[in-house]
Design a binder for this molecule. Sequence first.
Ligand code: ATP
Length: 255
Amino acid sequence: MADNGLLEARDLVKTYGSVEALRGASFQAKPGEVTALIGDNGAGKSTLVKCLSGAERPDSGSILLDGAEIELDSPTAARGLGIETVYQDLAVAPELDPAANLFLGREVYRKGLLGKLGMLDKAEMRRRAVEEFARLGVTLQNTDVPIGSLSGGQRQSVAVARSVVWASKVVFMDEPTAALGVLQRERVLDVVRRVRDEGIAVVLISHNMPEVLSVADRVEVLRLGARVARFTAKDTKLEDLVAAMTGALTQEEAA
Ligand SMILES: Nc1ncnc2c1ncn2[C@@H]1O[C@H](COP(=O)(O)OP(=O)(O)OP(=O)(O)O)[C@@H](O)[C@H]1O
């Protein structure tokens, strides 16, 4: 459980050749809140998330966790600080069962002879997976089958759970409900809410504005590589979000 985890980006600049993907972008994600990161296509959302999850290095600007400046030179470094990312493209291994997916890359081994790593401890992984799925409210029809045979919503819930289980501070979710039906979408959003309620800072990247307003506590808007507006979701209408995304409404000076 996290009781801290304020993540901040200050004035991030990132260029790809002649393209300025981020032009002094700032951002804040607070513990125990869902912060939606929205913006039109090409606004810089993915680039910002990549910088904040260690997949890209900004050219300039600073990143702070709990008020202290941090260097994120790899996704492993970010994970080491409790920052996890759920990608849009469902990073699960379809041929493995849900428990094995939860522990993918972080497998539990039994102690072998002379302290060497022994066999995979499947029973322990399964026990912990059942516990974690219950905690996060992930209900699976069958936990003994390859995840590829589950529904899209169940697969996505496992993908979300997999990052969340290891995240102690911040989780980025890039369009976690894209391509899901209405009921499946609700199930994934319930998992998102539970994670938030455990005190993690959840960052939701979404193009679905009704979904943003139903699940987010705060909304930060990027436009042309800079933050242009911030909203408290409960006081905000869909039109306000659209106005900020298109540039009709500007609260903050773009860098
Ligand atoms: N690896 C790259 N090489 C060159 N240009 C890039 C690269 N990544 C992003 N860009 C450019 O940077 C800008 C911001 O892209 P980014 O993907 O961050 O936006 P986005 O807000 O996530 O958009 P979308 O909603 O369409 O996914 C775009 O103009 C994009 O073409």
